[in-house]
Design a protein around this ligand. Sequence first.
Ligand code: ATP
Length: 613
Amino acid sequence: MFSKRPVLVEIVTAAVLIAVPFVMPHIDAAPNTVNRVLVWGLFGIGFDILFGYTGLLSFGQSAFYGTGGFVAAYLLTGAGFAHVVPALFIGMVAAALVGYLIGLLALRRTGIYFAMITVAIAEIFFFVEFNPLSDWTGGENGLPGVPTPSFDLGFTTLNFTSGWSLYPFLAFCYFVGIVIALRIVRSPVGAILTAIRENPLRAAAVGHNVQAYKLTAFVIAAAYAGFAGGLLGVLQGFMPPDAFMFDTSGQLIMQTAIGGRGTLFGPLVGAGVWLFLQDFLQATLKLGAAWKLVLGLVFVLLVCFLRQGIIGGIKDLFALMSGRVKAASEPVQEAAPVAAAAPVAPMAARHAVPNDYQGPLLQAKGLTKRYGGVLANEGIDFAVHQGELRGIIGPNGAGKTTFFKMLTCEVPPTSGSIIFEGRDITGMSIVDVCQLGLTKSYQVNQLFNKLTVSENLTIAALAQLRGKFKLDMFGRLSKIRGLQEQVEHTLQLVNLTARPDTPVSQLAYGEKRRLEIGLALASSPTLLLLDEPLAGMSPRERVETVRLLKSIAQGRTMIIIDHDMDALFELAERITVLQEGRVLVEGTPDEIKGNALVQEAYLGGMDEAELAV
Ligand code: ATP
């Protein structure tokens, strides 16, 4: 996923774009259709970064396409501005600004609500273009007379007028667009966008400002749409009002689905299929209005049989031919049993506790959480010191997971406070708390499923090395100092060195659990919370994982929740027992084993001999 062959794609793209005007005339391809494919393809690059890479399905891209297009066209026709390329850039900036403002609003919601907001916004823009702004946009007539670009080189003038003569200009714009997009998706920002698509909750939990990255993708998509909108005016010689129509957004989505989302080239391929088929059905087969019916059927068939679109289908075919795809029915095999965890030097915790601070590393004071009528936690006072390994046990529903969620600020407490390294962190975001060095692994795996093991760990390590938000959109992952080392170190810590390039979906359950711990470890936390790390493991995996946890615990402060008391009695120095949301008792493993309250209340009458087993 995180590409390792940077320039090959660019070279092939340039070669294909250069070859097109020599090849296409031989198959009677209309140059105007080729040019339209390029404009749709450029429009779709930004949309694919938003939808294919970040997982945000917007139905409102027509708003930005229209904004960029009309701003550029108005400058060139109504405002007497004579420079085509600067006008296109001004249109692009206008669309990006509008995208920023709309993104601030729309990204407050997720899923279907986000999609619905984008639909509504597109409709509002369509209305505004037709009514209050019709003096500037030409209303239903659009803006005629948009000029084509020409460049005075001194000794000659390059004129790009129409058809094949305009093609080089559009192809150049597309090429620059795709080169920039390829840089973005290969950058640290691109990697994080993919992680957000796969699991936004975990992307935030490892310390990335998910909201800011989503907004970045939204603005990028708006900028591409704005520039492409301007090109539409140049291509047609007038700016059509239907750029703002909802149909435009719908066609873009369908073309991206046909070509293959998350590929950057999918929208171009999809536009090629769509527009050439449309020409063929209308002009050659003379189907009249029925062309939409046939195109609709083609769309349904392609989406049903090629779930990743045409490019995804081609990729699968190549993978199949090179024998990389295992039959879907083949049972997943666990890798050979892991060797005993060799002692691995502890990774430096990111934040040294302030020298003058003497108190506990983490403290909870009167922590209470109420879910409606359910009191999940009540008045919990709790403290953990630097270097300690604390166990937490309690029957199902005792409030252990809720307690962890409050400590990492995943949910706010109803009352009480949390002090970490002497600082009150109550009410902070999960992102900021992780950045301070407090993070947890989850009871139910929260992994980035379509990424490989080392890509998963890369995402977590990036948050520590780059902070919660950084716009290094043109940077390279390979240039981030310490990233490779941190990923390899974590692979060693969780015994996954044999599986770095394995996609998560092909891991055995025990390996996934270890990766879950690895994701928390890769951000080098000062305090690591593990929620039932042994849950669901076979007895053999438990023994191995306990050994692993012992090795991880060297030089770290950890709190572990688990139902496996044997394991916790072996691992932890002190145990806190929760019952019905409150601390029942706290003590050393021996004290807990012999505690009558624990036997009575928690173990429901098991005797000491049974408990000691
Ligand atoms: P287990 O060992 O089964 O994981 P637990 O000790 O971790 O349990 P919690 O998951 O913290 O317990 O749940 C404590 C109580 O809070 C339970 O009664 C649970 O039903 C309730 N609870 C937890 N989360 C929510 C929620 N989001 N909404 C409503 N009730 C909740």
